[in-house]
Design a protein around this ligand. Structure first.
Ligand code: SAM
Length: 261
């Protein structure tokens, strides 16, 4: 291709993704903040506000290594509980809430567990860490109220299999939400964004993390990811209903959602 990136086979892709995330794990948070100028935090807030978590829910966050989504889900649930308490409502959901964080990479899970301890959630029984593959989840059919995947589905080898698994583990009425780097179509903005992603991101990767290749991979994986419309169609093909998406800053990021009915 024009950026010297080789086409890779499936097995190679899985291995490559494994290597990329083992090598980026230690610098992951810093790099996220630098590359998105802190915006990833707002995008994650938006994802969780769309999810509208509730006490007692069973939620699965896939590719959730850092815990960024899981912590927000728990915080949001605590907010709901606080408000209910202020309104004098009784709360017996304490032991019921479960937020499962599933990630294929133990190094990324370690990053998340470390953050959990820092946030005083090290012993929280509502938070469960699971090493596993989005394409072959170990959770029961119809067991989850919500499923999120943030900046993860792009790295999965067979997106269709991950979507089928999301559908399988959700209960009827359960919601699927996906936050992913997507495609900018606004002309001048697109050129600026391309310049930024193809030149600046690998350079930041090299100077900050000493790892240009992983960040080059990241940029290529964004470019290859299906368009907003195409991805929405894939979600519908996985039998989800009410499929829609919201573009954030012109499509740099999109949130796709669907319901299992
Ligand atoms: N969700 C987190 C966030 O938004 O900060 C982490 C996103 S990180 C860019 C992508 C994550 O996907 C990595 O932690 C990686 O290990 C994980 N991942 C890649 N392939 C996966 C798969 N097949 N199943 C589960 N997780 C996977």
């Amino acid at each position: 291709t024009s950026f010297g990136y080789k086409e890779v086979g499936e097995e190679e892709k899985s291995k490559l993704v494994g290597n990329v995330f083992s090598s980026v794990a230690p610098n992951y948070d810093l790099m996220n903040d630098l590359m998105s100028v802190g915006l990833h935090r707002l995008w994650k807030d938006r994802l969780v506000s769309k999810l509208a978590p509730f006490p007692g829910m069973k939620h699965l966050d896939v590719a959730g290594g850092t815990g960024d989504i899981a912590f927000r889900v728990l915080e949001s649930i605590n907010g709901v509980k606080r408000r209910a308490l202020q309104d004098g409502l009784e709360d017996n959901s304490e032991d019921e809430t479960r937020v499962f964080v599933c990630d294929i990479n133990p190094a990324m899970l370690s990053v998340g567990k470390k953050h959990a301890i820092e946030r005083g959630l090290g012993e929280a029984q509502s938070l469960v860490w699971v090493e596993g593959d989005a394409e072959a989840l170990t959770f029961d059919d119809d067991s989850m109220d919500g499923y999120t995947i943030a900046f993860g589905i792009r790295n999965v080898t067979h997106i269709e299999r991950a979507l089928a698994e999301a559908y399988r583990v959700l209960k009827r009425g359960g919601r699927f939400l996906c936050l992913e780097l997507s495609h900018v179509e606004v002309p001048v903005f697109k050129q600026i964004y391309d310049l930024y992603s193809f030149s600046i991101i690998p350079a930041i990767g090299e100077f900050v993390a000493g790892d240009r290749d992983s960040y080059q991979y990241l940029v290529e994986s964004i470019r290859r990811f299906p368009s907003q419309e195409k991805f929405a169609q894939m979600i519908a093909d996985a039998r989800f209903q009410k499929v829609e998406y919201e573009n954030l800053i012109g499509g740099v990021v999109a949130i796709h959602s669907g319901v299992k009915l």
